[in-house]
Design a protein around this ligand. Structure first.
Ligand code: ZN
Length: 144
């Protein structure tokens, strides 16, 4: 089974648990988040689908995104600007964090094993283990 088929299967199962019918429209929403541009808002996902002549209602997109988040297939991002963005999660085994440029709004992904280790150590010192973390750095370009 290809990766794409496997992901689709996970989506089919999530829909089943929610007692929702599998439709090609719902699948397009999932694949749009998974394989399209990252860190997009619902509206952007909607218009990108419309450009491909896939017409889904706003309500269906919102509903489907919620289910995808619930079943850990995609990630919901909140960078505190009142806009909710989405990115694939199922295809991203390596956890990454985000850097947000306050001047351009650009979102940069980064991975740091060092930070991960330090966080684990701090949690452990307090008698805990980390199950999830959200790490966001707000940055601006260094002017030379
Ligand atoms: Zn990301």
């Amino acid at each position: 089974m290809s990766k794409r088929e496997m992901y689709k299967q996970s989506f089919v199962e999530a829909l089943k648990k929610e007692k929702l019918k599998f439709t090609n429209q719902r699948l397009s929403i999932f694949e749009e988040v998974l394989y399209g541009k990252k860190h997009r808002e619902c509206e952007e996902i909607l218009s990108s689908l419309a450009k491909k002549n896939i017409n889904v209602s706003r309500a269906t997109v919102y509903r489907t995104l919620d289910i995808l988040v619930k079943y850990d297939l995609i990630r919901k991002m909140d960078i505190g600007d009142g806009r909710i963005r989405y990115e694939g999660k199922i295809d991203d085994p390596h956890h990454h964090d985000h850097m947000i440029c306050v001047e351009s709004g650009k979102i940069i992904e980064f991975v740091s094993d060092e930070i991960e280790k330090i966080q684990d150590k701090i949690a452990e010192e307090h008698g805990y283990k980390i199950i999830k973390h959200i790490h966001q750095l707000f940055v601006k370009p260094i002017k030379k």
